[in-house]
Design a binder for this molecule. Sequence first.
Ligand code: OXC
Length: 311
Amino acid sequence: HVDLSVSWLGLAMANPLYNASGVMCRSVAELEQVRTSAAAAVITKSCTPQPRTGNPEPRYCATALGSINSMGLPNAGYPYYLDYARSYPYAAGKPLFLSLSGMTLQENLDMLSDLAAAQLPCLPEVNLSCPNLPGKPQLGYDFQACHEALTQMARVYHGPFGVKLPPYFDPVHFARMAAVLNAFPALRFVTCINSIGNGLVIDVDRESVVIKPKDGLGGLGGSYVLPTALANVREFYRLLPGKHVVGCGGINSGREAFMHILAGATAVQIGTCLYEEGEGAFARILDELRALMAHKGYQRLDDFRGKLKTL
Ligand SMILES: O=C1NC(=O)NC(C(=O)O)N1
């Protein structure tokens, strides 16, 4: 018998899978699609205090190897997701995460202090890594600014929270960011990774880019990013003792979910694959993970979590 359950942050999840913020989570209808699927948790689209229409279309494109997007944080606004969080059926046992992505630190502080006052069981995942706001750099690449922002966030929000990180590509950067994150005990999880920012996909037939914003530059997802996602999961798993890592990036089957958990992930989020396949992806991936574990003789995720061998 294979037990896929996960218990963390005082939460119990039937399995490690849920959606990546941004996919199937902008409207209540979409959020309910995830909640009533085989997914074990739900996360909302990164929100800003006011609704946003986002970047001009086309702003998403899938290829054989993954996806490129420059959505520009289209969302229904913080009050809409807070309202969903107020009426969310927590007792049904699927945790709710609220993704926050203010355009400024003050916007994040405003949303976090309001969320604190609401005293709801949902957990914030603060997005430090949207690559698609023209003129705005990813906060996660400015270590000093991150330290300052986290200091102020921890002042207004005293409960457990997490952050969505951009991919890092250099051991010095892993170490620098880990030093920042380890200074915040209430920061209980990091989600690695957000899309690999500012890639360029070209359509040879049309001799053209495939998305409109930023002359075609957008965040990469799907298979393109799997090795980078795994590296970030493994490095932060090692560097953040006592914190959880949520894996995100390139999970198309039970095999990639297994890889992320082997690298140290407590739970895993599905993005591009969910966008392309629909909510049936959750049950399929879980069946594949269950079969892989049975084949290897593992009964629980703890039997192999974080046990990636080196040579
Ligand atoms: O954080 C984000 N990552 C992405 O890849 N896209 C969205 C967005 O553009 O809204 N935000």
